[in-house]
Design a protein around this ligand. Structure first.
Ligand SMILES: Nc1nc2c(ncn2[C@@H]2O[C@H](COP(=O)(O)OP(=O)(O)OP(=O)(O)O)[C@@H](O)[C@H]2O)c(=O)[nH]1
Length: 258
């Protein structure tokens, strides 16, 4: 106890001062002080308890917040991976819709689109383009001799050779079966003739590895130039007709249609 309070208590208890005019007032003041002191202590106790409670609450909230944050980070990582997967799926679907699965070349659908576009560009820019239809000679015999898988291997190797041999800007697609289409933009019939002549010569000297057997093939090609007044499909049909001529006239050669 504070010394002053001890002194006041002693004064209030002393019989000598009981009749003093300030005795009653001092007594009241003393009790008032003691009450206030107790009230203050109670309040301090409550405040301490509240502070402890708040700290515990805060720690709990922080823990919950971190858990939530971790969950969201995890979700965001999953969502990134999912989006990446969807992008890859979309790309794969797009490629599957426009490319031949065996050779990876443009398929007929994409070639049709490119031919239509080439027709529009030719009319707009006044630049000619040529179409060549290429067909492997006696491919049925190759399949019969080396099996369907062997035939497939030759189709893939031929597609790679065509890709390598064509100029940048030319487009090569698989039209179906053992038939390929070449789109040569800004190219006259004369230039196209030179290109396919070189190609036939190149393929004639090439051997394809089917298992461990080197196999040679020959091809026949029909080439024609697009005319401004026709639809690209008519150009393709004409190239196909002269391809048939090349086949009938002995194969392993090309024919031009003006
Ligand atoms: N391995 C394989 N063979 C195919 C594929 N598509 C078509 N063929 C085969 O290609 C052959 C084409 O035969 P034909 O149309 O008679 O023509 P060809 O034997 O090449 O004879 P010409 O064209 O007259 O020189 C058939 O035996 C088809 O089965 C393919 O994706 N893979």
């Amino acid at each position: 106890m504070h010394p002053l309070l001890e002194q006041i208590e002693a004064l209030l208890a002393a019989p000598d001062h009981r009749d003093h005019p300030l005795h009653a007032a001092l007594g009241q003041l003393y009790r008032l002080h003691v009450d206030e002191q107790k009230r203050l202590e109670r309040l301090l106790n409550i405040a301490d308890g509240y502070q402890q409670f708040t700290q515990a609450d805060l720690a709990n909230l922080k823990h919950q917040y971190e858990r939530q944050l971790n969950k969201e980070r995890k979700l965001s990582r999953i969502s990134d991976r999912y989006q990446q997967l969807m992008r890859e799926r979309n790309q794969a679907l797009k490629t599957a819709a426009t490319h031949d699965p065996l050779t990876g070349l443009a398929n007929r659908r994409l070639m049709d689109e490119r031919l239509i576009q080439a027709g529009v560009d030719a009319v707009r820019g006044g630049k000619p383009f040529c179409v060549a239809m290429l067909d492997i000679d006696h491919f049925k015999q190759i399949n019969d001799r080396y099996g369907h898988d062997g035939g497939d291997r030759i189709l893939v190797s031929l597609a790679n050779s065509l890709r390598d041999q064509m100029r940048a800007g030319d487009l090569c697609g698989r039209w179906g079966g053992e038939e390929f289409v070449l789109l040569m933009q800004n190219t006259s019939l004369e230039q196209a003739g030179q290109i396919v002549a070189r190609l036939i010569e190149y393929l004639r000297n090439l051997t394809f590895a089917v298992t461990d057997i080197p196999v040679s093939i020959t091809v026949s090609i029909g080439v024609t130039e697009h005319s401004m007044v026709e639809a690209p499909q008519d150009t393709v049909n004409r190239a196909d007709r002269v391809l048939m001529d090349a086949k009938q006239e002995g194969r392993n050669s090309y024919r031009l249609a003006g």
